[in-house]
Design a protein around this ligand. Structure first.
Ligand SMILES: Cc1cc2nc3c(=O)[nH]c(=O)nc-3n(C[C@H](O)[C@H](O)[C@H](O)COP(=O)(O)OP(=O)(O)OC[C@H]3O[C@@H](n4cnc5c(N)ncnc54)[C@H](O)[C@@H]3O)c2cc1C
Length: 428
């Protein structure tokens, strides 16, 4: 039994396989399980990376049936029933399987504008979060040093592209940093002058939420000083700004810090699986699985979570329930039981925070905003965060940041400050 990925789908599949009469190998490119919903808090200095990314070996310790292997699965040979793993020791290894659960998630998509990535990094993994954290805090430092008013304004202008949960949460956090948390710490730069601009091509923020919650979120963002620009398309991004287009015409916004939160696509592994099995993919490259989450014609290959194409949203619950379902199907087969019912997703709702004490929660017919939404968000995220130790330290950091004004995680190393640019320079 091989599982690919240590994210939500992979971890919950591995957990559900406990007690199965099987040798399980979990292969992941990262040594940790990343709790992506709190990644924005790493990027904004509230939490440390360790709090949202506990080691997968520690979570699954004590499982004698389970072997954790570090490496990237680069190919699947569906006929030979093997996966090819590229390992950090430089070797390629072939691992055979009887059943395979692929939960390799998604990656960011710049919709063909790959050159945007250099100037507008996205938020998908720990490296991204640390890079963004460095860029954001460094921007305040540069604004404090800068003597030219125009150049200082560029350092104090932050552009968020995409008004889904990540864009909204990051915009809220940067507004909190500029207008509350860092207030009074800079002698030369006036942080109250910071401009936080949230841009989306659609006509409301949080489009996956109920319209009443989108309206609430927008109102709160505006109250916090975020400039929300909807029906606006970003058509170019460079080092010092973005070009936008609306129905009325084009405009340039001068800003040194840009964050991309606009789209996802399947990882390259999906293309390899499609090539090996002939399975269809959707426009984002995700695999079209059958009702039992298997690849048509290959009942032993399951694809779950963000990498599977379906009508379901790309959220953690879909991956968790999909991983659990696939594991249970394998268990049934091993026990010689007939196949179970098709996968059915139980929607537990959607949540997004806007600022401290403000969140929106869309729980089917029940909609919550403001402090009630935020309290729900707090309890649910603490509940799902993996590991007792992480829950305790996260709660401590939240107390410091939400009741007080502290941001405990503001350190940036030289490498992080200059991010990709520094790495490129070192290469030369
Ligand atoms: C910033 C951000 C905020 C989010 N906020 C929310 C939220 O508030 N609520 C919510 O429900 N959802 C949220 N999501 C979405 C949610 O995190 C995803 O839907 C969920 O993580 C999908 O789970 P997954 O198992 O499919 O993939 P992931 O959790 O992304 O896991 C993929 C795993 O596969 C590994 N991997 C990838 N490729 C390979 C390979 N080739 N070989 C080996 N290993 C590989 C990765 O290292 C990783 O361990 C957010 C996502 C992001 C990026």
């Amino acid at each position: 039994m091989v599982i690919v990925g240590s994210g939500f789908g992979g971890l919950f599949a591995a957990k559900a396989l406990r007690g199965a009469k099987a040798d399980v190998t979990l292969i992941s490119g990262t040594t940790y399980h990343l709790f992506e919903p709190l990644l924005y808090q790493v990027a904004s200095g509230i939490l440390s990376e360790g709090e949202v990314a506990p080691p997968i070996r520690e979570i699954l310790k004590g499982r004698r049936d389970l072997d954790v292997r570090l490496g990237w699965v680069t190919d699947v040979d569906a006929k030979a029933k093997t996966v090819l793993v590229s390992s950090p020791d430089g070797r390629d290894r072939t691992v055979p399987y009887d059943s395979l659960i692929v939960a390799a998630g998604a990656q960011n998509s710049y919709f063909g504008n790959e050159h945007f990535a250099e100037h507008a990094p996205s938020l998908k993994n720990i490296d991204d979060a640390l890079e963004l954290r460095s860029r954001i805090f460094h921007a305040f430092e540069m604004a404090d040093l800068e003597e030219d008013a125009e150049a200082r304004r560029r350092w104090l202008t932050f552009v968020l592209i995409g008004a889904g949960p990540t864009g909204v949460e990051m915009a809220g956090q940067i507004a909190e940093l500029a207008h509350r948390a860092l207030r009074g710490q800079y002698r030369h730069a006036d942080l109250s002058q910071a401009q936080i601009i949230l841009i989306d091509a659609v006509d409301r923020v949080l489009p996956a939420f109920d319209p009443s919650l989108s309206a609430k979120a927008r109102k709160q963002l505006t109250k916090m000083g975020v400039d929300v620009r909807l029906n606006t398309r970003v058509v170019d991004v460079d080092a010092t700004g973005v070009e936008v287009k609306t129905a009325e015409g084009g405009e340039r916004i001068e800003a040194n810090t840009k964050i991309w939160a606009a789209g996802v696509a399947a990882p390259t592994l999906a293309t390899r699986i499609a090539a090996s099995t002939g399975v269809e993919t959707d426009r984002a490259g995700r695999i079209r699985v059958g009702p039992d989450l298997t690849v048509p014609g290959y009942p032993e290959i399951f694809v779950v979570g963000d990498m599977a194409a379906s009508d379901l949203p790309g959220v953690a619950q879909v991956a968790m329930q999909g991983g659990r379902y696939a594991a249970k199907t394998v268990k049934r087969r091993l026990a010689g039981k007939p196949e179970g019912k098709p996968f059915k997703y139980f929607d537990k709702g959607n949540m997004a925070t806007i600022s401290r004490f403000h969140a929106v929660a869309d729980l089917g017919k029940l909609h919550f905003g403001g402090i009630l939404g935020w309290l729900l968000w707090l309890v649910i995220h603490l509940f799902y965060l993996i590991g007792f130790k992480n829950k305790v330290t996260t709660l401590m950091h939240w107390t410091v940041s939400f009741l007080g004004r502290g941001r405990s995680e503001r350190i940036s190393t030289v490498q992080q400050i200059n991010a990709r640019t520094a790495l490129n320079r070192l290469d030369r």
